[in-house]
Design a protein around this ligand. Structure first.
Ligand SMILES: [Zn+2]
Length: 340
């Protein structure tokens, strides 16, 4: 089969990879209907994360089940399924409280390489959620968004305790940040402040329900958010970047007693303990337990109540994955869908 392999920073190739096969009786093999490039794929692409030799890429996936192992009970060949970036049993004590991305049996899907024609999914019964039927083509991008960016933005909003009547700020205008805006509105936020300086992204944020746009970053951005909130800061702030500047902007934009939901993968972030102590701000986040939200998100997508697929503003054949990485790296595209 064809699959994306990162050989070194900025060296993305689509090449022949071995067809995945069932290795454990709890595995499933799916034929990918669509896959995509993630903002977090850009960390190794840019050389900020070390690339240890040729690495299969991709952890966002939807597709049709081809084959299942002997111990797979719920997932059946022919079903259309959505999974996320950690395989999980969905039965252990950690999964049962909704933290499937810290499952005691978790396995990262990224190492298996979902930017490909086929994918082996471990712990299929726990990891995969089947859709009610084979979706029409127009629903596939939205379902693919649920696999990571929508589920991650949703978790950010839940972790930030978004709720009716609250003012929410979202730091980060990538696909996760934009879908955190959508999540915040669905969860009842009265006001949603999106931080973005890029016009196409500002427009999409507004489409998803942002009421205010702040273009300043860092401490200037904090000051603007304070201006908009009677000097107090937002009740809930979602951090969707993962840098020192974005994390401090999120914390400093939150009012005392408020909550930060941080879902940008932290890189070299160091928090000042004394400032944190006196801030009275709650921090919660981490790799999103997307699996917790998948049944609800699939239902909302099927009812066409949300349209998260609009974050994909460039669609390319899998063979042009290198151009997809370039477009996202240069911020010419918000998110790139790849058709296997
Ligand atoms: Zn588990």
């Amino acid at each position: 089969m064809r699959g994306v392999v990162l050989h070194a920073p900025r060296d993305v190739r689509v090449e022949e990879r071995e067809d995945p096969r069932i290795l454990l009786p709890t595995d499933a093999i799916i034929r990918l209907s669509a896959t995509c490039v993630c903002g977090s794929d850009l960390w190794p692409y840019r050389g900020i994360e070390t690339v240890h030799g040729p690495s299969p890429m991709g952890h966002e996936y939807v597709g049709v089940v081809q084959e299942v192992g002997d111990e797979v009970r719920k997932i059946k060949p022919g079903q259309f399924v959505v999974g996320s970036f950690f395989a999980s049993d969905n039965t252990c004590a950690i999964c049962r409280v909704g933290y499937q991305s810290s499952c005691v049996h978790r396995e990262p899907v990224g190492g298996l390489g979902a930017q490909a024609e086929y994918l082996r999914v471990p712990l299929a019964d726990g990891t995969l959620v089947a859709t009610p039927d084979l979706p029409t083509d127009d629903l596939v991008p939205a379902l693919l968004a649920a696999s990571d960016v929508l589920g991650t933005g949703w978790f950010g909003a839940v972790a930030a305790e978004v709720g009716p009547g609250k003012t929410v700020a979202v730091v980060g205008d990538g696909a996760v940040g934009l879908l955190a805006v959508l999540a915040a509105r669905r969860l009842g936020a009265e006001r949603v402040i999106a931080v973005s300086r890029h016009e196409p992204r500002q427009k999409l944020a507004t489409h998803y329900g942002a009421t205010d746009i702040v273009t300043e970053r860092g401490d200037d951005g904090v000051a603007r958010i304070k201006d908009l909130t009677d000097g107090l800061g937002a009740h809930s702030v979602i951090e969707a970047v993962g840098t020192q500047e974005s994390m401090l902007q999120a914390i400093r934009s939150t009012r005392a007693g408020g909550h930060v939901g941080y879902v940008g993968v932290a890189h070299d972030v160091e928090l000042p303990g004394e400032e944190l102590f006196f801030s009275h701000v709650h921090l919660h986040g981490g790799p999103a337990p997307v699996r917790r939200f998948l049944p609800e998100l699939i239902d909302l997508i099927y009812k066409r109540e949300i349209d998260p697929g609009r974050v994909f503003d460039l669609t390319l054949p899998l063979d042009q994955a290198a151009e997809g990485y370039r477009a996202m790296d240069e911020r010419r595209a918000i998110k790139v869908l790849l058709n296997p």
